[in-house]
Design a protein around this ligand. Structure first.
Ligand SMILES: CC(C)(COP(=O)(O)OP(=O)(O)OC[C@H]1O[C@@H](n2cnc3c(N)ncnc32)[C@H](O)[C@@H]1OP(=O)(O)O)[C@@H](O)C(=O)NCCC(=O)NCCS
Length: 171
């Protein structure tokens, strides 16, 4: 399968932080940021795979700065690495104060998407071709993160199996 460069699917999404998504302190809700991260990442994933994709996992998210209502949220997403049917997408979130032009980096996250065949089964994706030094570094680091993610998944499946055996337990 022929590879595709990272730049062909890299995606950007911008949205005003609107009052309907404010928390009680007047900042943008964390859940809204998570939604935008998922959308930006899914756009890059679908652009790369040219197929429907589902989110298989989201790595931990750390919010470094609050986003104030009225600021512009800018999300930049790119495919870091393709494994076989899954791919890691990295998303960086920035916020721009449109009056001063100040831009701050507020958080980053890694998500894993799986491409699906028309029958709804995981299906193979073309490899991604890292070209720049940054893309090559992200490609290498994605391999280490995948090993950790698959271990978390293995433990979750095992826990589920044990709970089924025990007739289910309260959380
Ligand atoms: C994700 C999903 C398609 C995986 O299906 P599955 O039948 O378990 O398939 P597999 O075990 O063959 O895994 C498929 C790929 O996903 C990867 N994967 C599955 N779960 C993962 C996880 N939690 N983290 C990272 N990768 C994961 C596997 O490593 C494999 O990758 P590879 O082919 O590149 O090696 C399935 O669990 C699913 O549909 N989950 C729900 C997705 C969803 O509803 N998301 C929210 C809305 S989009």
């Amino acid at each position: 399968m022929e590879g595709r460069p990272v730049r062909e699917s890299a995606s950007e999404l911008s949205e005003f932080a609107l009052p309907i998504y404010a928390n009680t302190l007047g900042n943008l809700l964390g859940g809204r940021i998570m939604h935008l991260v998922d959308l930006a990442a899914a756009t890059a994933a679908m652009r790369h795979a040219r197929r429907p994709v589902v989110t298989a996992s989201v790595d931990r998210m750390t919010f470094l700065h609050p986003i104030r209502i009225g600021e512009l949220v800018i999300l930049k997403a790119s495919v870091n690495r393709v494994f076989r049917t899954s791919m890691e997408v990295g998303v960086k979130v920035f916020v721009e104060d449109l009056e001063t032009g100040e831009v701050r980096h507020t958080n980053s996250s890694y998500l894993t998407f799986v491409a699906l065949s028309p029958g709804g089964k995981p299906c193979e994706i073309p490899p991604v071709i890292p070209e720049t030094e940054t893309e090559k570094r992200r490609w290498r680091e994605a391999g280490q993160r995948r090993a950790q993610r698959l271990e978390v998944r293995r433990r979750a499946i095992e826990k589920e199996r044990l709970e089924q055996q025990g007739g289910g337990q309260a959380l």
